[in-house]
Design a protein around this ligand. Structure first.
Ligand code: NDP
Length: 292
């Protein structure tokens, strides 16, 4: 058997097309234009790449993009003052402060300073709480993207057994909440879980969000299960190569012979993350402007 490959690139493109059409419709009715502000502190190369592609994709769907680049040694108070200004700026519907932040800045304090209704990363404790108790709110982008990929395979997740390996606040925990909301029976596994392979073998839906290259082996997977690989890991370069290969947390070649459907790395969850950021920005705009 060879698993169906879940094409995150194509699904993300469809989502961006739908967002662009909705943004164009709002503009045509004179309803305004959603705006996303992205703040980058320092010049971490990976963060620069993310921020650049966020800005490009924001403009491509017809939204306004505001970019703020602050030096690595910016005082925390200055960053908080910028967040406060963006909270009060009516042209800004979404605020994203790119993580990680330099060590002298308290990331939690910065996240908590963002207006929860503009918190398009969904990391504010108010949004985490809303997700937990089932109120409408902004949901973190990578878990939301992972759920949309799952729903491209399973029309209904109700009653399915889902195992999420990883319990971070940005991926594992919110994804487990989303799956619970969809009536899956959810297990959250982590570094202290006993006999992780056996736990994984119980899953109809297996999500790996660990950050360990190819940790989940083929024989950890129940035949026919749907596997979502959130991990993005760069292997050390082969001799003579400039860069190592990108791999997920799942041993893809083994897994694809057992699973029913699986996301590749790259081209699976990754492209969904920015598409969901745009979705959240549109949602924030609509909520702030009373657009249904
Ligand atoms: P964290 O490091 O914050 O969390 C990793 C989780 O994995 C922890 O809960 C940890 O358990 C668990 N874990 C670590 N080792 C093991 C192990 N041996 N067995 C079982 N569980 C283990 O990572 P993130 O959640 O931020 O990211 C996870 C992966 O997803 C990374 O590869 C990251 O690059 C990728 N990622 C991809 C995104 C995308 O856009 N596709 C976006 C965000 C992340 P414990 O809590 O017990 O320590």
């Amino acid at each position: 058997m060879s698993a169906r490959i879940i094409d995150g690139k194509a699904i993300a493109q469809e989502l961006r097309d739908a967002i662009a059409a909705e943004v164009a419709g709002i503009a045509a009715r004179g309803g305004g234009q959603p705006g996303l502000a992205v703040v980058l502190v320092g010049n971490d190369p990976a963060s620069e790449v993310y921020v650049g592609s966020k800005a490009r994709q924001t403009v491509a769907v017809g939204m306004r993009s505001f970019e703020y680049r602050l030096p690595a040694d910016v005082p925390e108070a200055d960053l908080l003052a910028l967040v406060d200004r963006l909270n009060r700026d009516d042209a800004v519907d979404g605020i994203l402060v790119q993580l990680p932040l330099p060590g002298h800045i308290d990331a939690n304090r910065v996240i908590e300073a963002i207006d929860p209704d503009k918190d398009v990363d969904g990391f504010h404790p108010v949004n985490a709480g809303r997700l937990l108790i089932g109120l409408p709110g902004l949901v973190p982008c990578t878990p939301l993207g992972s759920l949309l990929l799952l729903q491209s395979v399973h029309h209904d997740l109700s009653g399915l057994s889902a195992v999420v390996v990883g319990r971070s606040n940005i991926v594992g925990k919110p994804l487990a909440q989303l799956l619970l909301q969809q009536n899956a029976t959810v297990t959250i596994a982590h570094s202290r879980t006993r006999d992780l392979p056996a736990v994984c073998r119980g899953a109809d839906i297996l999500v790996a969000a660990v950050g360990r290259p190819e940790m989940v082996r083929g024989d950890w997977i129940r035949p026919g299960a749907t596997v979502i690989d959130v991990g993005i890991n760069r292997l050390p370069p082969a001799p003579g190569a400039a860069k190592g290969r990108l791999v997920g947390d799942v041993a893809f070649e083994e897994a694809r012979t057992v699973a029913g459907a699986i996301t590749p790395v790259p081209g699976g969850v990754g492209p969904m993350t920015i598409a969901c950021l745009l979705r959240n920005t549109l949602q924030a705009f609509k909520a702030r402007h009373g657009v249904s």
